[in-house]
Design a protein around this ligand. Structure first.
Ligand SMILES: [Zn+2]
Length: 339
């Protein structure tokens, strides 16, 4: 097939002409459909490809900006964690890798925590950044989540966590594995205080993060197409020697199989979170009250039925419903399967 590469491609380039001169940072190539997206369009569509709907990864700061109200939010300072507790070295020193990641992202570690409002509701949001060493969870992330949980409890606000991570940070060995238990306890503190814990699973949510706080949400929301799983697809295939079904470990597959509650496009995340928080925090008994005070466009969206397939999950409720609520009337269907 070399003639394709060596002959046809250069000829095509010549015909199309000029494309190589375009500065790379102005155009972004969609990882799914391969279409070029102008940087302004990328911002406008919240880093979702407007050709194919592919949701690209978003950093932690981008997440906080996306979810909080426009009037800003407060960044919660996280304590400095012990650096390189095992003096670990593979091909390079872990401390050097950490330095590089810090220089590249300008952040101390993979987690950012903020306190602010989503459509007027107080909320603490903790977001992981995949661009910082694959969003991996070490001591710093574990500590950060604990701070986020305690902040939520002290401010009597729900905790929203947005994972985007390959799992535990291998370079911290047992210390990173201990964060599985630690973050589980952190989440439990929020639940014990009677506050909602909501996860927004994004691409990818895998490994130790899936095995701990990411799957413990009272409400589990996911972005379309996100890979969510514990072990990787190839590893499973090699172990069980079977071909896995199409869409395996994707958000939609997990929704079909009852692992998550909703798949929500990025543009509707804020509205959905606001509605869920409003319902859970205000303990509104009459579902029609939930829609009061929310902008008319959301109500229209709901009646158009493009918001979210939830009815299948109401049977997972671990608490009996108050007698005055009819299941069919709950448009939001936010019955937790967590604590
Ligand atoms: Zn695309």
């Amino acid at each position: 097939m070399n003639w394709l590469k060596n002959f046809v491609r250069p000829k095509l380039r010549e015909l199309v002409g000029g494309q190589k001169e375009v500065p790379e940072n102005l155009w972004h190539k969609c990882g799914s459909c391969g279409q070029m997206i102008f940087h302004r369009d990328l911002e406008k569509y919240l880093h979702v490809c407007h050709h194919c709907g592919h949701h690209m990864r978003l950093g932690a700061t981008g997440r906080l900006n996306l979810l909080f109200d426009e009037d800003g939010f407060e960044i919660i300072m996280l304590p400095k964690a012990i650096i390189d507790p095992l003096k670990f070295r593979d091909l390079r020193r872990y401390s050097d890798r950490l330095k590089d990641a810090r220089a590249k992202t300008g952040d101390d570690d993979a987690l950012k925590v903020g306190f602010g409002k989503i459509k007027g509701n107080n909320v603490v949001i903790a977001a992981l950044d995949f661009s910082f060493m694959g969003g991996s969870m070490g001591l710093a992330v574990g500590e950060g989540l604990l701070i986020a949980a305690r902040e939520a409890v002290s401010r009597h606000a729900p905790l929203v966590v947005v994972p985007s991570s390959g799992g535990a940070r291998m370079q911290e060995g047992i210390h990173s594995l201990m964060q599985l238990a630690r973050t589980t306890i952190a989440v439990d503190e929020v639940k014990q205080a009677g506050l909602p814990y909501i996860v927004v699973l994004t691409d990818p949510t895998t490994g130790g993060v899936t095995a701990s706080f990411a799957m413990l949400g009272d409400i589990a929301i996911a972005e379309p197409g996100s890979v969510i799983g514990f072990a990787g697809l190839r590893v499973i295939e090699q172990t069980i020697r079977e071909t896995l079904p199409d869409g395996f470990q994707r958000a939609e597959y997990l929704l079909d199989h009852g692992m998550i509650d909703m798949v929500v496009p990025r543009a509707q995340l804020r509205k959905t979170l606001a509605r869920v928080i409003d319902l859970l925090m205000n303990k509104t008994r009459d579902p029609s009250q939930v829609l009061k005070g929310i902008e008319p466009d959301l109500i229209r969206e709901e009646s158009a039925g493009d918001a979210l397939p939830l009815d299948a999950h109401t049977d997972k409720a671990d608490k009996p419903l108050p007698p005055d609520i009819e299941l069919d009337n709950i448009s939001t269907g936010v019955i937790g399967h967590g604590s």
